[in-house]
Design a protein around this ligand. Structure first.
Ligand code: ZN
Length: 265
């Protein structure tokens, strides 16, 4: 069994094929897919995908890339949606939230401040409901960590991790797992492959981030969750471990990161 801890199955790239994509992933033993939300107006979409497909669950959150158009009242609406979702076994985390200091329009002083506001308010929602967070971290490791130290969440996943060993250690100390996916399949990704090879195996979870971050054999075509076992095989080769052990350990790690998954699986 494999768990894709981060897949945007609601993305336009999958339009009208979502259920077929989830079914193909299931045939490849991807028995669970976590679909993070990105904005208030797609909360209902990710929820419905998770209810329609037996191997899908969802998270609720406002992604940093959608912060420019987000309004403060969206946070109040999110708190209400999260409270309602607590009785829904398909709901597993807060996400995708975080900080993106790479995209130019997101790095003006006002937009940095707005991002930090949305990030910290959503951390508080996660803390208040005892939920893990799925983090988008892009050129923002230190700010992400600063707020995680102040607002105590139970943990979660630093998705598409691409930081230093030192930053990895801090995430791990704070109770986080690190998400690895298609980027690790490129032989030129030396630092990322070093991380994937040497970080403690119990700190690693797998993800596709589909339709983005296609693995080397799919690039530049659309990524999809059925690629996860082959991505896992790359990790097995890097670490010189049996692929079955990688599947078992990374799935167990995902359950530690998102305890509510255990109710569905
Ligand atoms: Zn994402």
């Amino acid at each position: 069994m494999w768990i894709d801890t981060h897949c945007h199955l609601d993305a336009a790239e999958f339009a009208s094929e979502e259920d077929a994509v989830a079914a193909r992933a299931q045939q490849q033993a991807v028995t669970m897919i976590v679909i993070p939300a990105v904005a208030r107006d797609n909360f209902a979409t990710v929820e419905s995908l998770a209810h329609r497909n037996s191997n899908c669950t969802y998270a609720l959150g406002i992604h940093p890339i959608f912060v420019p158009q987000a309004r403060e009242e969206d946070l109040a609406a999110m708190r209400v949606a999260v409270e309602a979702a607590m009785t829904d076994t398909r709901f597993v985390a807060i996400g995708e939230i975080g900080l993106d200091f790479f995209i130019p329009i997101l790095t003006t002083p006002e937009m940095r401040e707005k991002q930090e506001f949305f990030y910290t308010e959503q951390l508080k929602i996660a803390r208040d409901f005892g939920l893990p967070v799925l983090l988008h971290v892009r050129k923002s490791q230190d700010s992400i960590l600063k707020y995680l130290r102040r607002i105590n969440v139970i943990g979660g996943i630093a998705h598409a991790f691409n930081g230093s060993f030192q930053q990895a250690e801090i995430f791990i100390e704070l109770g986080f797992k690190l998400g690895f996916g298609g980027a690790m399949t490129f032989t030129r990704a030396l630092q990322l492959r070093r991380l994937a090879t040497t970080l403690p195996i119990d700190s690693i979870v797998l993800e596709t981030d589909a339709p983005d971050i296609s693995p080397a054999w799919v690039h530049p075509e659309r990524n999809s969750p059925e690629q996860l076992p082959r991505i896992g095989q790359v990790l097995a080769e890097l670490r010189d471990m049996p692929v079955a052990a990688i599947a078992q350990i990374t799935s167990a790690n995902a359950l530690v990161a998102m305890p509510r998954l255990g109710v569905v699986i």
